[in-house]
Design a protein around this ligand. Structure first.
Ligand SMILES: [Fe+2]
Ligand SMILES: [Fe+2]
Length: 172
Protein backbone atom coordinates (compact mmCIF):
# COMPACT_ATOMS: atom_id res chain seq x y z
CA UNK A 1 0.00 0.00 0.00
CA UNK A 2 1.29 3.45 -0.91
CA UNK A 3 1.66 5.95 1.89
CA UNK A 4 -0.62 8.96 1.38
CA UNK A 5 0.80 12.36 0.49
CA UNK A 6 -0.05 14.00 3.82
CA UNK A 7 1.50 11.10 5.74
CA UNK A 8 4.70 11.19 3.64
CA UNK A 9 4.90 14.89 4.40
CA UNK A 10 4.42 14.28 8.12
CA UNK A 11 7.00 11.46 8.16
CA UNK A 12 9.56 13.68 6.44
CA UNK A 13 8.78 16.46 8.88
CA UNK A 14 9.41 13.97 11.69
CA UNK A 15 12.92 13.32 10.30
CA UNK A 16 13.49 17.03 10.77
CA UNK A 17 12.11 16.99 14.32
CA UNK A 18 14.32 14.06 15.33
CA UNK A 19 17.37 15.69 13.72
CA UNK A 20 16.70 18.93 15.59
CA UNK A 21 16.17 17.00 18.82
CA UNK A 22 19.52 15.25 18.33
CA UNK A 23 21.18 18.61 17.74
CA UNK A 24 19.52 20.22 20.75
CA UNK A 25 20.72 17.39 23.03
CA UNK A 26 24.20 17.62 21.55
CA UNK A 27 24.26 21.34 22.42
CA UNK A 28 22.97 20.62 25.92
CA UNK A 29 25.63 17.94 26.40
CA UNK A 30 28.35 20.27 25.19
CA UNK A 31 27.30 23.03 27.57
CA UNK A 32 27.15 20.56 30.47
CA UNK A 33 30.61 19.28 29.60
CA UNK A 34 32.06 22.81 29.61
CA UNK A 35 30.23 23.64 32.84
CA UNK A 36 31.60 20.58 34.64
CA UNK A 37 28.35 18.62 34.79
CA UNK A 38 29.99 15.44 33.57
CA UNK A 39 27.10 13.08 34.32
CA UNK A 40 24.63 15.35 32.58
CA UNK A 41 26.95 15.70 29.60
CA UNK A 42 27.09 11.91 29.23
CA UNK A 43 23.31 11.74 29.59
CA UNK A 44 22.59 14.36 26.92
CA UNK A 45 25.17 12.93 24.53
CA UNK A 46 23.42 9.55 24.88
CA UNK A 47 20.07 11.27 24.28
CA UNK A 48 21.50 12.83 21.12
CA UNK A 49 22.50 9.38 19.89
CA UNK A 50 19.06 8.04 20.64
CA UNK A 51 17.42 10.84 18.63
CA UNK A 52 19.81 10.09 15.79
CA UNK A 53 18.58 6.48 15.87
CA UNK A 54 14.99 7.74 15.77
CA UNK A 55 15.76 9.89 12.76
CA UNK A 56 17.37 6.93 11.01
CA UNK A 57 14.29 4.79 11.65
CA UNK A 58 12.12 7.29 9.78
CA UNK A 59 14.67 7.57 6.95
CA UNK A 60 14.88 3.77 6.62
CA UNK A 61 11.11 3.40 6.81
CA UNK A 62 10.38 5.90 4.04
CA UNK A 63 13.14 4.52 1.83
CA UNK A 64 11.91 0.99 2.47
CA UNK A 65 8.46 2.04 1.29
CA UNK A 66 9.92 3.36 -1.94
CA UNK A 67 9.50 6.99 -0.89
CA UNK A 68 12.83 8.81 -0.88
CA UNK A 69 13.44 10.34 2.56
CA UNK A 70 14.35 14.02 2.69
CA UNK A 71 17.40 14.78 4.80
CA UNK A 72 16.77 18.22 6.31
CA UNK A 73 18.91 21.13 7.39
CA UNK A 74 19.02 21.53 11.16
CA UNK A 75 18.58 24.63 13.28
CA UNK A 76 21.55 25.95 15.23
CA UNK A 77 20.85 25.31 18.91
CA UNK A 78 21.82 27.82 21.63
CA UNK A 79 25.42 27.84 22.80
CA UNK A 80 24.69 28.57 26.45
CA UNK A 81 21.88 27.67 28.82
CA UNK A 82 20.55 29.20 32.00
CA UNK A 83 20.80 26.08 34.12
CA UNK A 84 20.56 22.31 34.08
CA UNK A 85 16.95 22.61 35.21
CA UNK A 86 16.16 25.03 32.37
CA UNK A 87 17.62 22.54 29.88
CA UNK A 88 15.42 19.76 31.29
CA UNK A 89 12.31 21.98 31.18
CA UNK A 90 12.95 22.81 27.54
CA UNK A 91 13.67 19.15 26.81
CA UNK A 92 10.34 18.12 28.35
CA UNK A 93 8.40 20.67 26.33
CA UNK A 94 10.24 19.65 23.15
CA UNK A 95 9.44 15.99 23.85
CA UNK A 96 5.79 16.92 24.38
CA UNK A 97 5.88 18.56 20.95
CA UNK A 98 7.31 15.38 19.44
CA UNK A 99 4.59 13.33 21.13
CA UNK A 100 1.93 15.56 19.57
CA UNK A 101 3.54 15.16 16.17
CA UNK A 102 3.70 11.35 16.53
CA UNK A 103 0.06 11.22 17.64
CA UNK A 104 -0.96 13.32 14.65
CA UNK A 105 0.71 10.80 12.34
CA UNK A 106 -1.04 7.93 14.10
CA UNK A 107 -4.34 9.75 13.45
CA UNK A 108 -3.52 10.14 9.74
CA UNK A 109 -2.43 6.48 9.46
CA UNK A 110 -5.72 5.44 11.07
CA UNK A 111 -7.73 7.66 8.78
CA UNK A 112 -5.82 6.25 5.77
CA UNK A 113 -6.28 2.66 7.06
CA UNK A 114 -2.50 2.46 6.61
CA UNK A 115 -1.81 -0.45 8.99
CA UNK A 116 1.83 -0.70 7.99
CA UNK A 117 2.69 2.87 9.00
CA UNK A 118 0.39 2.61 12.02
CA UNK A 119 2.37 -0.40 13.27
CA UNK A 120 5.71 1.31 12.56
CA UNK A 121 4.62 4.30 14.66
CA UNK A 122 3.77 2.22 17.74
CA UNK A 123 7.44 2.11 18.76
CA UNK A 124 7.42 5.90 18.90
CA UNK A 125 4.16 6.09 20.83
CA UNK A 126 5.78 3.97 23.55
CA UNK A 127 9.11 5.73 23.30
CA UNK A 128 7.51 9.14 23.85
CA UNK A 129 5.81 7.95 27.04
CA UNK A 130 9.25 6.96 28.35
CA UNK A 131 10.90 10.18 27.19
CA UNK A 132 8.35 12.41 28.87
CA UNK A 133 8.43 10.38 32.08
CA UNK A 134 12.19 10.56 32.15
CA UNK A 135 12.26 14.35 32.10
CA UNK A 136 9.35 14.64 34.52
CA UNK A 137 11.36 12.45 36.91
CA UNK A 138 14.48 14.58 36.54
CA UNK A 139 12.53 17.81 37.07
CA UNK A 140 10.94 16.33 40.18
CA UNK A 141 14.44 15.80 41.59
CA UNK A 142 15.04 19.57 41.58
CA UNK A 143 11.96 19.99 43.74
CA UNK A 144 13.02 17.17 46.05
CA UNK A 145 16.73 17.92 46.38
CA UNK A 146 16.83 21.64 45.69
CA UNK A 147 18.90 23.80 43.42
CA UNK A 148 22.02 24.56 45.42
CA UNK A 149 25.44 23.31 44.37
CA UNK A 150 25.22 20.10 46.38
CA UNK A 151 21.78 19.29 44.95
CA UNK A 152 22.98 19.87 41.39
CA UNK A 153 25.97 17.63 42.13
CA UNK A 154 23.61 14.86 43.24
CA UNK A 155 21.33 15.33 40.24
CA UNK A 156 24.34 15.26 37.93
CA UNK A 157 25.29 11.90 39.46
CA UNK A 158 21.73 10.64 38.89
CA UNK A 159 21.90 11.68 35.25
CA UNK A 160 25.21 9.85 34.91
CA UNK A 161 23.37 6.68 35.91
CA UNK A 162 20.69 7.35 33.31
CA UNK A 163 23.21 7.88 30.52
CA UNK A 164 22.82 4.72 28.56
CA UNK A 165 23.30 4.34 24.87
CA UNK A 166 20.16 3.25 23.00
CA UNK A 167 19.30 -0.21 24.31
CA UNK A 168 19.10 -3.22 22.04
CA UNK A 169 15.35 -3.13 22.56
CA UNK A 170 14.90 0.48 21.45
CA UNK A 171 16.90 -0.20 18.30
CA UNK A 172 14.32 -2.63 16.98
FE1 LIG B 1 12.95 11.03 19.25
FE1 LIG C 1 13.19 12.16 22.41
Amino acid sequence: MKISGPLVKALNNQISMEANAAHAYLAAGSWCEITGYDGSAAFFYAQAEEEHQHMLKFVNFLNGQGVGAIIPAVKQPPKTFKSLEAICKTALSNEQGVTKSINKMVDIAQRDKDHNTFTFLQFFVNEQIEEEQQFENILQKFNLLGRDKLAIYEIDKLLAGMATAPSAESQN
